[in-house]
Design a protein around this ligand. Structure first.
Ligand SMILES: [Zn+2]
Ligand SMILES: [Zn+2]
Length: 195
């Protein structure tokens, strides 16, 4: 399966994938029609991801190069993400530059595959057509933000009462659990005495 190398490179990425999704995503290109002149591509697809409920657009081209084909272009769409600080949902548009090398699958046996670092953007195909839908979906997945924040200034939740501090202050005492802060207080006490 074409996405195997992405899975290896991204151990945190756990995706349950069914054949159905790939069938839905089918975006097959007959490589026989791709010559040294670039074939322009304008595709829309649904990535079938909760983080990307809307359509993803791919605009680019495929061209024959030595040893295979090169797919270049940009993926655009909108992420729906949960802020890792305040837990609110928010939307953010994305633009992912894509540059993939497509090569015929080498003929070693399944399971022996070890892929080098520089081969991350390599996609294998098995016959004279290639389904770029899978590869493009993988690009969307590996570019998902791992710790999304709704805003760089997001203040998150109060660790005591859970109040969303972007929406207002809570009544909790500010925390004074910092070791450095306590050390300073102790020092002050030692010099000036008392509290
Ligand atoms: Zn937030
Ligand atoms: Zn609070």
């Amino acid at each position: 399966m074409n996405s195997v190398h992405f899975l290896l490179k991204n151990p945190k990425f756990r995706l349950t994938m069914t054949g159905d999704i790939y069938t839905l995503l089918s975006m097959r290109i007959d490589l026989g029609v791709v010559k040294k002149e670039a074939l322009p591509l304008d595709e829309k697809f649904n990535a079938g991801l909760p983080e990307v409920p809307g359509e993803v657009s791919f605009s680019g081209e495929i061209i024959k190069v030595s040893g295979g084909y090169e797919l270049t272009g940009t993926l655009t769409g909108v992420y729906t993400l949960q802020c890792s600080r305040c837990l609110e949902m928010f939307k953010r548009s994305f633009l992912i530059p894509v540059r993939l090398m497509l090569k015929p699958r080498p003929t070693f046996k399944e399971g022996e595959m070890t892929l080098a670092e520089e081969e991350l953007d390599l996609v294998f195909y098995d016959d004279s057509t290639i389904d770029i839908g899978k590869a493009l979906r993988d690009e969307v997945i590996v570019n998902l933000p791992t710790k999304p924040v709704c805003d760089e200034k997001c203040r998150g939740l109060c660790p005591v009462c859970g109040q969303n501090l972007n929406k207002g202050e809570c009544q909790c005492e500010p925390r004074q659990d910092s070791g450095a802060w306590n050390a300073l207080k102790e020092m002050k006490k030692a010099i000036y005495g008392g509290e």
